[in-house]
Write a protein that binds this ligand. Structure first.
Ligand code: AMP
Ligand code: MG
Length: 335
């Protein structure tokens, strides 16, 4: 037998044995149905470890579970020592707030809570209540000490990592998969998709769908490897007020009200889940023009934004990766 033939046989049997080693694990954590599909390596035990990691993270950063670190700092002013994970998230979030001039603001929680987004007991607070609560959202007053890993919260101020927690958890999952020599995986965390390597079953890049915000189904498909595809959508969590208006879970820190612009979904494609999660929320708040400006200043991510009236724009780096599965009235490429 020729050497080349032997090589092909070995490669085929490797691929076949890998395929049969695909492990799928689904569970519910962080208010989300999560699915991990991973192939080869110590993937089964990695998937188990990821599930445990997600439960542990939830215990640290839940805003509602009285045992969590975030609950503790939100319900006690003063200085508190944090775990490495919570400290990392707090630093990431507060740095992000500075970088985006508060478009991303992890200290909006007192306002978000007043609208009922934590308990689903939705209501529209009075203008006076909103302006009083906005006084508590000045993130620059929250102090972190990197030496002691402590946070100092002024009285009545509160933090919420809802906009970055899942992305961070996804990065932890990818780290665990790599530590277990898993070469190929796809994680589905609601609107957050993170992929490792390519799809070993097809030998092709992963095909990731972005939900159609206008009706059921998928609007856009992306061919990707080793990256995070993170979407924030107004359809994810919202209520319709007595005034007949739709109020979504993404907030404008200047008004203390749910964002009201023409954005219906904002998707980020980048390496890290936490960065994608941070940006998907932030660009949604910014709206089209500011989002484009921010992209031009940074250029370390790509994005897709969908607007009312079936209009879509996307950044040029996605040109060879993107397919449209629904008809749009207008598609614009941002250069
Ligand atoms: P995402 O689904 O990733 O866009 O995150 C939305 C969640 O982030 C909300 O449920 C809030 O907990 C939080 N959030 C809403 N508005 C903001 C904002 N402007 N800055 C930071 N976090 C926010
Ligand atoms: Mg987000």
């Amino acid at each position: 037998m020729k050497l080349k033939t032997v090589f092909v046989i070995i490669l085929c049997s490797f691929l076949i044995s890998c395929e049969s080693k695909t492990n799928k694990r689904s569970f519910f954590a962080m208010n989300t149905h999560i699915t991990i599909k991973s192939t080869c390596g110590k993937n089964k035990s990695a998937n188990r470890e990821i599930e445990q990691k997600f439960y542990n993270l939830e215990k640290l950063i839940s805003t509602t579970a009285p045992v969590s670190e975030v609950y503790l700092i939100n319900n006690n002013s003063g200085t508190v020592k944090l775990s490495d994970e919570t400290f990392f998230l707090a630093k990431y979030a507060l740095d992000g707030a500075v970088k985006t001039n508060g478009k991303f603001n992890p200290a909006l929680y007192p306002v978000i809570r007043a609208w009922g987004f934590t308990t689903e007991d939705y209501k529209i607070p009075s203008d006076i209540e909103i302006s009083q609560l906005l006084e508590l959202t000045d993130f620059s007053k929250i102090k972190l000490d990197s030496e002691t890993k402590t946070i100092t919260m002024p009285e009545k101020m509160m933090l919420d990592f809802g906009a970055i927690g899942k992305g961070f958890a996804g990065d932890e999952a990818i780290r665990i998969l790599k530590e277990n020599n898993v070469p190929s995986a796809i994680l589905d965390l609601g609107g957050n998709i993170q992929v490792l390597g390519k799809n070993l079953e097809t030998g092709e890049p992963w095909k990731v769908g972005i939900r159609n915000p206008y009706e059921d189904g998928v609007a856009v498909s992306l061919k990707v490897t080793d990256c995070a595809v993170i979407t924030s959508g107004g359809y994810e969590r919202f209520f319709v007020g007595k005034d007949g208006k739709k109020y979504i879970h993404i907030f404008d820190g200047e008004t203390g009200r749910p964002v009201e612009n023409n954005v219906v979904s904002s998707t980020i494609v980048c390496e890290k889940g936490i960065y994608g999660d941070f940006l998907s929320t932030t660009l949604f708040v910014m709206g089209k023009e500011k989002a484009i400006e921010f992209w031009k200043e940074n250029r370390d991510f790509e994005f897709i934004m969908m607007f009312d009236d079936l209009i879509l724009c996307y950044t040029a780096g996605l040109k060879d990766k993107i397919d449209f599965l629904t008809d749009f009235n207008k598609i614009e490429i941002i250069q």
